[in-house]
Design a protein around this ligand. Structure first.
Ligand code: NAI
Ligand code: OAA
Length: 325
C-alpha cells in the first residue's frame, strides 16, 4: 500500500538531501510506494516546486505523486509518516525564549493539523531545532494521537558517536554495538559508551576516561557547530541520512544484536521525568520503540544524563510559561 510521507521545510537544505532518498525507497524499503506531501511557507513554495520537478526527472518507480502545500491542515492530511524539518532558525539578537516562541508558532499548529487529519498510524519525527521541545509542543497539540508517535531526532548524534569511536579504536562502525545518546539534541547531550562493545569487547577497555571526557563527548556534542564552522552551513546530508535511519528502524525494526538512540516520550525510565521527549537507548519492533531497560548507570553517567535532562525540563518550563503547551 502507498505510504503518504509529509515533509516540512521541503525546500530547505535537509529537504533537498532527504526527498530523493525517500522517493528512491530508502526510507521504507524497496517494496513500498510513496506519495510525497511537501509543506513549505509561501516564500518556499517556488523552490519546493523546483525540487518536485527534479524528483519527477528522476523517474523513481516507487514515487506515486508529489503535492505541495503551504497550509499545514492540508499538508498533513492522510500522513502516515511526518518529517518535521522546517523550523525557525536562531538569528542574530534572538534570545532563547524568542526562538522557543517562534517555533511554538510553527509546531503547535502543525501538531493540531496532525491531530485533525493525519492517518491513524501516523509516525512523527521532528528534526527542526530545538528538536526535543518542538516535538513536545507538537505532541501536546495532538491529544488524539498516541504520545509515543512523536519523536525527535538524536540519530545524527548517535551516528557521529559511532564514527568517532570506530576511528579511535580502528574498528569499523559495523563492529560497534550498544552506544547510547541520552537527553537533549544540544551541547548537553551525553554520548555514552559504557555499555558499548567494539567487535565484542567492552568499549571502556579500549579507550580511557580522559579521551572520553576531553575528546569524544565534546566532539560528538559540538559536532553540529563544527560542521557549520567548516562548511558555512549546517549538517544537511548527514541529518537527512539520520532521519532515514530513524524512520527505517522505527518501521522495520532494529537489528537483533544492537540498539540505537532516539528521543521518545519518557515513561519515567532512568529517572527521566515522564512526558519529556528525551533521548534513550531504544530498540524498535512491531513498529514501536521500546526503551532498553535494566542498564547500570554509574555516577559519571548519572551526572551527565541529569544535566541534559535538566535542560529539557527548563525548556519545557519555558514553553509552558509562554503558553505554548
Ligand atoms: N536534529 C538534528 O540532528 C538536526 C536538526 N537540524 C535542524 O533542522 C532544521 C532544518 O535545517 P535546514 O534544512 O538546514 O534549514 P533550511 O533553513 O535550509 O530549511 C528550512 C526550511 O524550512 C522552511 N520552513 C520554515 N518554517 C516553516 C513552516 N512553518 N512550515 C514549513 N516549512 C517551513 C523554510 O522555508 C526552509 O525552506 C533546522 O532547525 C536545523 O537546526 C539540522 C541538523 C541536524
Ligand atoms: O546546530 C544546528 O543547527 C544543526 C544541528 O542540530 C546539528 O548539526 O546537530
Amino acid at each position: 500500500m502507498t505510504v503518504n510521507v509529509t515533509v516540512t521545510g521541503a525546500a530547505g537544505q535537509i529537504g533537498y538531501a532527504l526527498l530523493f532518498r525517500i522517493a528512491s525507497g530508502q526510507l521504507l524499503g524497496p517494496d513500498t510506494p510513496v506519495r510525497l506531501r511537501l509543506l513549505e511557507i509561501p516564500q518556499g513554495l517556488k523552490a519546493a516546486e523546483g525540487t518536485a520537478m527534479e524528483l519527477d526527472d528522476c523517474a523513481f518507480p516507487l514515487l506515486e505523486g508529489i503535492d505541495i502545500f503551504d497550509d499545514p491542515k492540508r499538508g498533513f492530511e492522510g500522513a502516515n509518516v511526518a518529517l518535521l524539518v522546517g523550523a525557525r532558525p536562531r538569528t542574530k539578537g534572538m534570545e532563547r525564549g524568542d526562538l522557543l516562541e517562534a517555533n511554538g508558532g510553527i509546531f503547535g499548529p502543525q501538531g493540531e493539523a496532525i491531530n485533525a487529519g493525519a492517518a491513524d498510524d501516523v509516525r512523527v519525527l521532528v528534526v527542526g531545532n530545538p528538536a526535543n521541545t518542538n516535538a513536545l509542543i507538537a505532541q501536546r497539540h495532538a491529544p488524539d494521537v498516541p504520545a509515543e508517535r512523536f519523536t525527535a531526532m538524536t540519530r545524527l548524534d548517535h551516528n557521529r558517536a559511532l564514527s568517532q569511536l570506530a576511528t579511535k579504536t580502528g574498528a569499523s562502525v559495523s563492529d560497534i554495538a550498544n552506544l547510547t545518546i541520552w537527553g537533549n539534541h544540544s551541547a548537553t547531550q551525553y554520548p555514552d559508551v559504557f555499555h558499548a562493545t567494539v567487535a565484542g569487547r567492552p568499549a571502556s577497555e579500549l579507550v580511557d576516561q580522559s579521551w572520553l571526557e576531553d575528546d569524544f563527548i565534546p566532539t560528538v556534542a559540538k559536532r553540529g557547530a563544527a560542521i557549520i564552522e567548516a562548511r558555512g552551513a549546517s549538517s544537511a546530508a548527514s541529518a537527512a541520512n539520520a532521519a532515514i535511519d530513524h524512520v527505517h528502524d522505527w518501521v522495520n525494526g532494529t537489528p537483533e544484536n544492537s540498539w540505537t538512540s532516539a528521543a521518545i516520550v519518557s515513561d519515567g525510565s532512568y529517572g527521566v521525568p515522564e512526558g519529556l521527549i528525551s533521548s534513550f537507548p531504544v530498540r524498535a519492533s512491531g513498529g514501536t520503540w521500546q526503551i532498553v531497560q535494566g542498564l547500570e548507570i554509574d555516577e559519571f553517567s548519572r551526572g551527565k544524563i541529569d544535566a541534559s535532562v535538566a535542560e529539557l525540563v527548563e525548556e519545557r518550563e519555558a514553553v509552558r510559561g509562554l503558553g505554548l503547551i
